[in-house]
Design a protein around this ligand. Structure first.
Ligand SMILES: [Zn+2]
Length: 275
């Protein structure tokens, strides 16, 4: 799933083109993708976007008259593309907008189950839709992070991904951040001392910045991630093979030397079965 660095890179790319021309035609939309019916997509026709904004992992396109907001959440497999006039557009878009002059904004989702979503909302309804989100991860300072860490004692990997507490981080960047911070994904947030909290805050900033710079330059996952999905590859700090552990519905990647003091984490589902 694209996370803060990926979405921010896309936002920067889309900001100018989406605000260049008014919308000529809104739709078609896949029934599972369009999450709202009132106002209808056609309400966008003749209006112009102010540009592209981002909140957490969502992109927001507000009309310059201040009346409507198109909110897009790509989930795991959604992709948003700007297609210049005359360019080839995909045959079955999940959602499409055509601008005056022929350029298009197209959402595709190459997955059986459609999970990406598009909402057309009033600015008030958009605010309500986003209300549950915590502060943007890249804007947090160590003091705010400390308050969040101590508000609930949770395993760090799960806490970093909880959008109500911190917005914008998912599985991949939680792996990268915890490795840079030299903290165990299983460490309890309430146990972090001041120095560890500062290290984690610094790692959130440096890793999200590194990710954004790479994604803006068009870097692939392989060139961007150093820990995520790198099972068996040497840790870029100490050379130890990266390990993995299944946790809840997904896999955590970590370095057993840099992060867990030489210990290999136990699969909790496994240990539950054995108990
Ligand atoms: Zn290491």
């Amino acid at each position: 799933m694209p996370e803060l660095p990926e979405m921010e890179a896309w936002r920067r790319q889309l900001d100018d083109p989406v605000s260049a021309f008014p919308i000529a035609k809104a739709g078609p939309a896949h029934i599972a993708t369009l999450k709202t019916f009132d106002p209808p997509p056609a309400a966008l026709e003749g209006r112009k976007f102010r540009g592209a904004e981002r909140r957490a992992k969502r992109l927001l396109f507000a009309t310059d008259d201040g009346e409507l907001v198109l909110l897009v959440h790509l989930m795991t497999a959604g992709r948003l593309k700007y297609i210049p006039a005359g360019g080839k557009s995909p045959a079955k878009p999940a959602f499409a907008l055509e601008f005056v002059g022929g350029s298009k904004l197209v959402l595709t989702e190459n997955a059986k189950k459609k999970r990406a979503g598009v909402w057309l909302l009033t600015p008030e309804a958009a605010d309500a839709e986003l209300e549950h989100l915590g502060p943007e991860a890249d804007l947090l300072d160590a003091k705010q992070l400390g308050e969040i860490l101590h508000s609930e004692s949770r395993r760090l990997h799960a806490l970093l991904r909880d959008q109500r507490l911190i917005a914008g981080i998912g599985r991949a960047w939680a792996n990268e951040i915890l490795h840079t911070a030299k903290l165990s994904p299983y460490a309890l947030s309430g146990d972090l001392d001041k120095e560890e909290t500062e290290r984690l805050a610094a790692a959130i900033h440096s890793e999200l910045e590194r990710g954004l710079a790479l994604r803006e330059a068009g870097a692939s996952d392989e060139k961007t991630y150093r820990v995520h999905r790198m099972l068996g590859e040497p840790c870029h700090v100490c050379g130890t093979p990266i390990a993995q552990i299944d946790f809840e519905e997904h896999t955590i990647f970590y370095c057993p030397v840099c992060q867990t003091g030489g210990r290999t984490l136990k699969d909790r589902r496994m240990s539950r079965l054995l108990r």
